[in-house]
Design a protein around this ligand. Structure first.
Ligand code: URA
Length: 228
């Protein structure tokens, strides 16, 4: 178990002063059971000073084999969408909530997401992106700290504080979902098209507190993701 587990922001910055130091520790990580079944840790790729960071769910079979996030079919779609807004994969940073493949492409479990969270948060602090586009439910819930699902919040930028850093969180449908559902692909493309504008925009003030007597939200439609 790492000596950096559970550290606050200041101690994490001492323990992991650079992305290289963080990567080195993550590559040897045994904090959760995924360490026993992974082929390799998929830490993240791209520009360490990127303004735009994507956060997905977790590596699939191809990512586990290559050690690079989003290189399977969903990844190819993500690459096309990035290029569609005039950027390349090298100009953004791509990471996941969990850095090791959940066996059989199952959902990452709460203890696995929790064990991996310090890596993701320190990654964000070190990269200091302006916009974090979360791909799908897991990344959106993990970073927003809210249980509201992706069908409700996709395309709605919101302010996020990570330590002293204020960034714009921009939830998007997961590209794997869009592979199977043309309507979702269209929405994903439309939401993606707003990214250049958001990258130029200042981070908004925090959203006002929801009034206590607000009516409860209607139940959310279920989205079934065939992820890989
Ligand atoms: N590949 C990744 O790296 N992450 C995902 O969430 C899906 C596929």
């Amino acid at each position: 178990m790492s000596s950096s587990e559970g550290l606050g922001v200041e101690s994490a910055s001492r323990a992991w002063p650079s992305l290289d130091a963080l990567r080195e520790e993550a590559l040897a990580c045994t904090r959760c059971p995924l360490a026993e079944t992974r082929t390799q840790v998929v830490f993240g790729v791209g520009d360490p000073n990127a303004d735009l960071m994507f956060v997905g769910e977790g590596p699939g079979a191809e990512e586990d084999k290559q050690g690079i996030p989003f290189v399977g079919r969903a990844g190819q779609l993500l690459t096309r969408l990035i290029e569609g807004i005039g950027l390349t994969r090298d100009q953004v940073y791509i990471a996941n909530v969990v850095k090791c493949r959940p066996p059989g492409n199952r959902d990452p479990q709460p203890d696995e997401k929790q064990a991996c969270e310090p890596y993701l948060f320190r990654q964000i602090e070190l990269i200091q992106p302006k916009v974090i586009a979360t791909l799908g439910n897991h990344a959106t819930k993990q970073l927003s700290g809210k249980e509201t699902g992706i069908t409700r919040v996709h395309g709605q930028p919101q302010r996020l504080n990570v330590g002293a850093l204020a960034v714009l969180l921009y939830p998007l449908y997961h590209p794997a979902a869009a592979l199977y559902t043309p309507a979702m692909f269209k929405v994903l493309e439309e939401d993606f098209a707003r990214l250049p504008e958001l990258l130029g925009a200042p981070v908004p003030e925090p959203t006002p507190v929801v009034p206590l007597l607000a009516p409860p939200p209607a139940p959310e439609p279920t989205v079934q993701l065939g992820l890989f």
